[in-house]
Design a protein around this ligand. Structure first.
Ligand code: PEP
Length: 256
């Protein structure tokens, strides 16, 4: 059963959160248009929260365009270090100065293309919390891992690293379950496939004293499949890549 009431003790009704991940896309002019549309067209229905995670150079622009609105903004990565001789890195304290509420950590593109290990991702999550922000910690299996029946062990190992590093602080994170085979491919997990993994993640989080952590789903979410996914009992919203670059589509997902 994909829908229905939440089944974890201590876990109350929570707002749905939809977060856009622009990835390495954008430009000053197109960002202005996108951010202005989001600001003017988002009617902030009760129980829905919206955020965009933009490339570092555009954080000031998101701050200028969205300050005073109900839309939050954040970064897509952050250094696990606080400060010092780490050329090219950006700290949590730096992004906090631009009003960020969120930083994505452990996106599969960072794990795969930039070699980020579970330990690095956990250290980044800790750095984000130390900076006063909320890390959106991504977990997810590849297609060969799913085909080998290893989905549960892969996502649990990724989550376990974060729980191990944060201890009780794990209640300050958001988790995004993003099956790697569904990211940018047009292939979405079925609501039941997603719900099964979300339930597992929630059950481990509840055991760790973090029953209220939101678990978002990400991977080719579009306006036409969002409703069925978000109707699942343990899916608390979405992390949206490609579709977050079009205001109409992104807002339709957030309203779904
Ligand atoms: C993502 O980048 O986090 C993502 C889910 O991408 P897409 O929605 O394009 O699959």
């Amino acid at each position: 059963m994909a829908g229905g009431a939440r089944s974890f003790p201590g876990r109350g009704m929570r707002d749905k959160l939809v977060v856009g991940n622009w990835k390495m896309n954008g430009g000053l002019k197109q960002n202005d248009a996108l951010l202005a549309s989001l600001r003017s067209d988002w009617d902030a229905p009760a129980g829905r929260r919206l955020a965009v995670c933009v490339p570092f150079p555009y954080l000031w622009q998101a701050q200028a365009a969205l300050s005073g609105s109900t839309i939050a903004w954040g970064a897509q990565n952050v250094s696990e270090r606080a400060a010092g001789a780490f050329t090219g890195e950006v700290s949590a304290a730096m992004i906090a100065e631009f009003g960020c509420r969120y930083a994505i950590v452990g996106h599969s593109e960072r794990r795969t293309l930039y070699g980020e290990t579970d330990a690095v991702v956990a250290a980044k999550a800790a750095a984000v919390i130390a900076g006063g922000l909320t890390p959106i910690v991504c977990v997810g299996e590849t297609l060969p891992e799913r085909d080998a029946g290893a989905t549960e062990s892969v996502v649990m190992q990724q989550l376990e690293a974060v729980i191990g590093a944060l201890g009780a602080g794990v209640s300050a994170i958001v988790v995004a379950y993003e099956p790697v085979w569904a990211i940018g491919t047009g292939r979405t997990a079925t609501p039941q496939q997603a719900q099964d993994v979300h339930r597992l993640l929630h059950s481990r989080l509840a055991e760790a004293g973090a029953a209220d952590v939101l678990v978002l789903y990400g991977g080719s979410v579009k306006a036409d499949n969002a409703k069925a996914l978000f109707a699942c009992a343990d899916i608390d919203g979405g992390l949206i890549g490609g579709a977050s670059l079009k205001a109409d589509e992104f807002l339709a997902i957030a309203r779904a």
